[in-house]
Design a protein around this ligand. Sequence first.
Ligand SMILES: Cc1cc2nc3c(=O)[nH]c(=O)nc-3n(C[C@H](O)[C@H](O)[C@H](O)COP(=O)(O)OP(=O)(O)OC[C@H]3O[C@@H](n4cnc5c(N)ncnc54)[C@H](O)[C@@H]3O)c2cc1C
Length: 383
Amino acid sequence: MNFDLTEEQLEIKRAVKEFCDKEFDPELALELDRKEEFPMELYKRAAKLGFTSMVFPEEYEGQGYGILETCLVVEEMCRADSSLGVAITSGTFGSELILKHGTEGQKEKYLPPICRGDFISSFAVTEPGRGSDITRMDTVAIKYGEDWWINGTKTFITNAPIADFIIVLCQTDTKVRPTYRGETLFVIDKGTYGLQVSKLVNKMGIRCSVTGEVSLSDVKVTDWNIVGELNRGFYHSMEFFDMTRVGVAAQAVGIAQGSFEIAFKYAKKREAFGQPIIQFQLIGCGLSEIATKIEAARLLTYKAAWLIDQGKMDPMVTSMAKLYASKAAMEATDLAIQTLGGYGYIGEYKVEKYHRDAKITEIYEGTSEIQKLTILRYLLQRY
Ligand SMILES: Cc1cc2nc3c(=O)[nH]c(=O)nc-3n(C[C@H](O)[C@H](O)[C@H](O)COP(=O)(O)OP(=O)(O)OC[C@H]3O[C@@H](n4cnc5c(N)ncnc54)[C@H](O)[C@@H]3O)c2cc1C
C-alpha cells in the first residue's frame, strides 16, 4: 500500500495552488458572491490550463487524467475559495454522461468545446415534486413519428442559466413497472424552441455557482438527442452520481481545509488573557480534532476516487466519502467561525462564507440521509 501522491499529482496540486494564489482575488470573490454571478473569465482561464477537463481524454482536448486528479483540483480550488472553487470545477457538470454514453456525433459536438472552456453544461434531474426519489419523472418525452416532444419542469439545476446544453432525465415509458425502467436522458441545446431557463436567487451558499429552473414546453428533439440507451436513463444517472459524488466529497475536503487554515493561523496570532488563544486547550485541541477529521475525510475521498480509477468503483465507499467529508466540512467551518469569535461572524475573514458554502455538500447529489441508506444497502448485502 502506498499513500504518496505521484510527482505528477503533486505537480497538479502545486499548479492549481499557484493559479488560485494569482487569480482568486478576494474582493472579486466577495463581489461575485454578493451578486450571485458565475466567474466566467476565471472559468475560461482555468479551462485553458486544463483544470476543468482533467477526466476527459486527450482526443477531445481533455487532460486524460482520472477522478483522483480531478479531486485534487477540486479540493485545492475549494480550499482557496469555497464558492469560486465549486463554481469553476462544476462548469462541465453532466458532460461525463456524454463521454460515457454519448454517440460519436454527440462527443464530437460537445466535448471539445467543453474541454476548451467554450461551453458550460448542465444535468437536470430534480423536479419541483421529485428530488431524492427519481424513480419516476414528471417530465415526459413522447414520440410522435420521428420526433420526441418533451414537457415538464426541472428545478435547482446547476449552471442551467448559462449552459450551452442541458442533459435532461425524462419519462419515456409511463406504463412500465418499475417506473425507473422507463426513463431516458436527452441532450438539449440552449435556444431550442420551448426551452426556458430562469435563474434562482437568494441561495444560502455557493452563490458563484448559478442555479436555475428549466421549463420544457413542447420541446422537439429526435433520437439523435438520446444520451445512452432508451429507457436506461435512470441507470446511467445512478452510475454517474456514484462517480461524481466523490467530487462533492472533494469539495467538502477543500472547504474544510480552507476554513481550518484560516482558523489555525488566527488562533496562533489572536491573544486573550495574555496568551495566544491556541494555547487554551479548548481551542487548540478542537483544532487538533478537526484536523484529524479532515485527514480522515481526505483519505476516504482519495480511496473512493482511486477505486473508480482502478475500474473498481464501490458506491458504498463513494457514499461514505461524501457523507463523512460533508459532515467534516460543516464541523470545520463552524469551528472556524467559533475560533474567530465575532470576526468569524463578519464577512471579512471568509469563514462565514465557507460555512454557508459547506452546507450544500450535505444536500446535492444525494442528501446525507440518502448516502446512509446507500451504505446500509451495501452493508446488508455484505454482512
Ligand atoms: C444549489 C443546488 C444545486 C443543485 N444542482 C442540481 C443539479 O445540477 N441537477 C439536479 O438534478 N439537481 C440539483 N440539485 C437538487 C438536489 O440534488 C436535491 O435538492 C436533492 O437531491 C434533494 O432533493 P429535494 O430537495 O427534493 O429534497 P427531498 O427529496 O424532498 O428531501 C427532503 C428531506 O427528506 C429526506 N429524505 C428523502 N427521502 C428520504 C428517505 N428515503 N429516507 C430518509 N430521508 C429522506 C432528505 O434527505 C431531506 O432531508 C441542486 C440543489 C441545490 C440546492
